[in-house]
Ligand binder design. Structure first.
Ligand code: AMP
Length: 402
């Protein structure tokens, strides 16, 4: 099946055309500056060449039209008719408590995504615009599927997702832990089960999605059991620019002393904190490594804080699940940064966790990096959210056709 995967932001739109039978990316690209002028960067499979095209994109519909045009282009494209696109999979950030799985998009589904806008005011509106734009350009006969970042975590027990604030705020506003990166956690857990040659339903896994945004998930017998991001992606680990969890009293203290509104403090916690805020150097782990090598103490401190937080969450999830069969590292940092993996797993031999320093030298490659006799396997698995979206889309479209 040929599935067009769409990830729409407020002024950008990422796309991939995937052939699910061959797990092959036929073409991919990015529309930027939508509503300003319009730049399309595209790579097709026929040639590895990257094309940059300046074309007016006043709206997301015009961006989708530009994507379809380039996919159909005899020289730069990969298909000869729009009818070759069997389905569209849309990444949607927040599905609230409505969605515990991906689903075929209907008017009722669109209404439920709209109802989740208060929970993700920056993300769900552009996701909805992307859906409407595709419907407008591609017509009513192309099946479309919504794949939610939150859906995978809907299996968490209530004691794991509640915040200890007055219960009525849960019933009134649905304030609770939702968790994000669900598509990535689900994908790497399935890959891990394949690598281990065991059914997912028999496994206790801890998946560490460590990138610019980071979250960890305890996956108990195939189901999300706990996760570190919360009501918003700000919770949990310190990240590239996000603070992670902290004493909420700090918010009022900062607001008063720095003469800021609560919203301004939250912006600082989202955009100026984490690795950037502590190091003063960068949010990028590669830049931190360069600074650490030059003797920068604050860059060292930032990375130490990150590694410690990952270790603490892994420890708590082992306690919650009563053990762990495998720990999985994924995303930019998890796949590439050997020092993070090493420091996180150091001194955990007593739990059966021990990395092989030779195997840990590899990066960006799917492999088992634990020493042979370790009871717990430590795996590096490159994530592939687009492929997971395409596979979910294929599954639901096939089910619908039955
Ligand atoms: P992501 O959000 O998954 O794209 O991850 C982005 C982050 O991965 C970047 O901010 C980098 O800090 C990190 N990263 C990417 N490549 C490397 C690498 N070779 N070594 C260390 N960190 C890396």
């Amino acid at each position: 099946m040929k599935v067009l995967v769409i990830n729409a932001g407020s002024s950008s739109l990422k796309y991939q055309l995937l052939d699910t039978a061959a797990n092959n990316v036929m073409a991919k690209g990015l529309c930027e500056r939508i509503g300003i002028d319009g730049v399309l960067t595209h790579t097709g499979n026929k040639s590895e060449e990257k094309y940059t095209i300046h074309t007016p994109m006043g709206t997301h519909s015009e961006a989708i039209k530009a994507v379809i045009d380039i996919l159909l282009d005899p020289e730069k494209g990969v298909i000869s008719s729009m009818s070759e696109i069997d389905a569209v999979g849309h990444r949607v950030v927040h599905g609230g408590e409505f969605f515990s799985d991906s689903c075929i998009i209907t008017e009722k589904v669109i209404k439920a995504i709209e109802d989740c806008v208060p929970l993700a005011p920056l993300h769900n509106p552009p996701n909805l615009i992307g859906i409407r734009a595709c419907q407008e350009v591609m017509g009513p006969n192309v099946p479309m599927v919504a794949v939610f970042d939150t859906a995978f975590h809907q299996t968490m027990p209530q004691a794991h997702y509640m915040y200890a604030i007055p219960y009525e705020y849960y019933t009134k506003y649905k304030i609770r832990r939702y968790g994000f990166h669900g598509t990535s956690h689900k994908y790497v857990s399935q890959q891990a089960a394949e690598m281990l040659g065991r059914p997912l339903e028999d496994l206790k896994l801890i998946t560490c999605h460590l990138g610019n945004g980071s979250s960890i998930c305890a996956i108990n017998r195939g189901k999300s059991y706990d996760t570190s991001m919360g009501f918003t992606p700000l919770d949990g680990l310190p990240m590239g620019t996000r603070a992670g969890n902290l004493d909420p009293a700090i918010i009022e203290f900062l607001a008063e002393n720095e003469k800021l509104s609560a919203a301004q403090v939250i912006t600082i916690l989202n955009k100026k904190s984490g690795m950037l805020g502590i190091s003063g150097v960068s949010s990028d782990f590669r830049d931190l490594d360069t600074a650490i090598n030059e003797g920068n103490a604050r860059a060292t401190l930032a990375k130490d804080m990150f590694n410690l937080s990952v270790k603490k969450i892994i420890g708590s999830y082992i306690a919650e699940m009563g053990g762990v069969d495998a720990i999985i590292f994924t995303a930019g940092v998890g796949e590439n940064d050997r020092s993070v993996r090493w420091d996180v797993c150091e001194h955990m031999e007593y739990l059966g966790i021990k990395i092989d320093p030779e195997k840990n030298k590899y990066r960006g490659k799917q492999m088992d990096i634990s020493i042979d006799y370790a009871r717990v396997r430590v795996l590096v698995i490159p994530t592939n959210e687009e492929l997971m979206i395409a596979k979910d889309t294929e599954r639901l479209v096939k089910e619908m056709a039955k």
